[in-house]
Design a protein around this ligand. Structure first.
Ligand code: SF4
Ligand code: SF4
Length: 346
C-alpha cells in the first residue's frame, strides 16, 4: 500500500499535480457508481482562510470521477452555520453547479453499531452511496491535536447529533475511539488531504495559516494520517486518533512515495511544560480552558448554542469551568476568534 506525497505550491496547479495520482485509483470505481465525495466543510469560511477543503481540490476530484462515468455527489454536515451559507461561502456550491454535481446535507440519521460504540447516528446518505471519497484538510485541532483523514468522517454524523457525543465521550481517548468507529463505518475507499494551505497552532478554525504546499493521497486514511505525522516530525502516539488506531492494529504497512518534510506548531493544548522531574505531576494539573475575550466577542451566541455541556452564559461572557469538559467546540465554532485557551490550575 502506498501513500503519495506531491509538492503543489498553488491551487492553480492542483489539476496538473492531482489528476495523475488519482488515475492510479481508477480501478476502484465502476461505471455508474454513486460516489459520495466528503470534503471538510467545517463552517462558512472563505477558501483562502484555510479552514475548509479548497474548491479547486474538490473540482479536480469531481472531474476525475465524472471522467470515469461514475455519479458523484458532494455531502457534509458542517459543525456550525446553515448548510446553504456554508456551501456558498466555501466556494463548493459554485463548483458543483458548474459541473452539475448534486450537493447534499448529510442529515437523516440512521443508527448503526460501531466496534466499541453502539447506536451511532450517521446520515443515511452515506450508506446510499456505493463508495465514499474522503477529501480532508491538513490542520491542527485543539482537542484532537490534528484533523486529517480519519477525523474528517465525523462530518457524516448529522448536525447537533455531534454535540451529544462530546458529552458521552468527554475524555479525549474515548472521543478518539468514537472517531475511529465512525471512520470504520463510513469506510472511504480513497483519502485525499489538502495540505497546500493548512493550519497550525490552535486549529481547526482559529489557528495560523500554514503553507505546506502538499497534496497527500492514499487508500487508507490511517496510513495517510500516520505518514503525515512522520513527515512533519510529530510522534503519532500524541495524536489521539492514531494512538487508538495503533492500539486496534489499524495502521497497515505502507510505503511513502514522494519527498516531503516540514515542521508544524502544535496547539497549546498539546504542550508539556518544561519543568524538573519533581514538578512534573504538578505541571500535569495545569490545563487549558476557554476564556471569552469581551473585546473581540460580538455576542453572536454560536458558542453558547454549540457548547455540549451548557457551560457558557454569553450575556455575562461567563464559562463555568465546573461544567466545561474541555472539548474546545466553542473555540472551534467562534467566527471571531474571540475565545482564548488560557492556563488554569486544576
Ligand atoms: S465551554 Fe467550550 S470547551 Fe467547555 S464544554 Fe463548552 S464548548 Fe466545550
Ligand atoms: S465568543 Fe465568539 S461565538 Fe461566542 S458569542 Fe462571542 S463571537 Fe460569538
Amino acid at each position: 500500500m502506498k501513500v503519495y506525497f506531491r509538492q503543489c505550491e498553488s491551487y492553480d496547479r492542483v489539476e496538473k499535480v492531482l489528476l495523475p495520482l488519482l488515475a492510479k485509483y481508477s480501478h476502484i470505481f465502476e461505471k455508474g457508481d454513486r460516489v459520495l465525495v466528503k470534503p471538510n466543510l467545517l463552517s462558512a469560511r472563505e477558501p483562502n482562510e484555510g479552514v475548509t477543503t479548497h474548491p479547486e481540490v474538490l473540482k479536480t476530484i469531481l472531474k476525475f470521477l465524472i471522467s470515469l462515468e461514475t455519479r458523484p455527489f458532494v455531502g457534509d454536515s458542517p459543525a456550525s452555520g446553515s448548510f446553504k451559507k456554508v456551501i456558498a461561502h466555501t466556494g463548493i456550491s459554485q463548483i458543483c453547479e458548474k459541473l452539475s454535481v448534486p450537493i447534499v446535507e448529510l442529515d437523516d440519521p440512521v443508527e448503526v453499531d460501531g466496534e466499541i460504540y453502539k447506536k451511532i447516528k450517521i446520515s443515511s446518505k452515506v450508506f446510499q452511496a456505493d463508495k465514499v471519497v474522503n477529501v480532508a484538510k491538513l490542520k491542527t485541532h485543539s482537542q484532537m491535536i490534528f484533523t486529517m483523514g480519519v477525523k474528517n468522517t465525523f462530518g457524516c454524523v448529522p448536525g447537533f447529533e455531534k454535540s451529544g457525543w462530546h458529552i458521552r465521550c468527554a475524555h479525549n481517548e474515548n472521543f478518539a475511539s468514537l472517531l475511529v468507529d465512525i471512520h470504520l463505518l463510513v469506510k472511504p475507499v480513497l483519502t485525499i488531504l489538502d495540505g497546500i494551505i493548512g493550519m497550525e497552532g490552535n486549529g481547526p478554525a482559529n489557528g495560523k495559516l500554514k503553507q505546506f504546499n502538499m497534496l497527500v493521497v492514499g487508500e487508507n486514511a490511517f496510513a495517510v494520517d500516520h505518514a503525515v505525522c512522520k513527515r512533519i516530525g510529530v510522534n503519532p502516539e500524541i495524536v489521539f486518533v492514531l494512538k487508538e488506531a495503533i492500539k486496534r492494529n489499524l495502521i497497515p504497512d505502507y510505503e511513502i512515495d514522494g519527498n516531503w518534510s516540514d515542521t508544524i506548531k502544535l496547539p497549546v493544548t498539546a504542550e508539556t511544560l518544561p519543568v524538573p522531574g519533581m514538578l512534573k505531576n504538578l505541571a500535569r494539573k495545569i490545563i487549558r480552558v476557554p476564556k471569552i475575550s469581551k473585546k473581540r466577542c460580538v455576542q453572536c451566541r454560536i458558542c453558547e448554542e454549540r457548547c455540549p455541556a451548557k457551560a457558557i452564559d454569553i450575556s455575562n461572557y461567563f464559562i463555568s469551568y465546573n461544567k466545561c469538559i474541555r472539548c474546545y467546540v466553542c473555540h472551534e465554532v467562534c467566527p471571531r476568534g474571540a475565545i482564548d485557551l488560557i492556563r488554569k490550575f486544576l
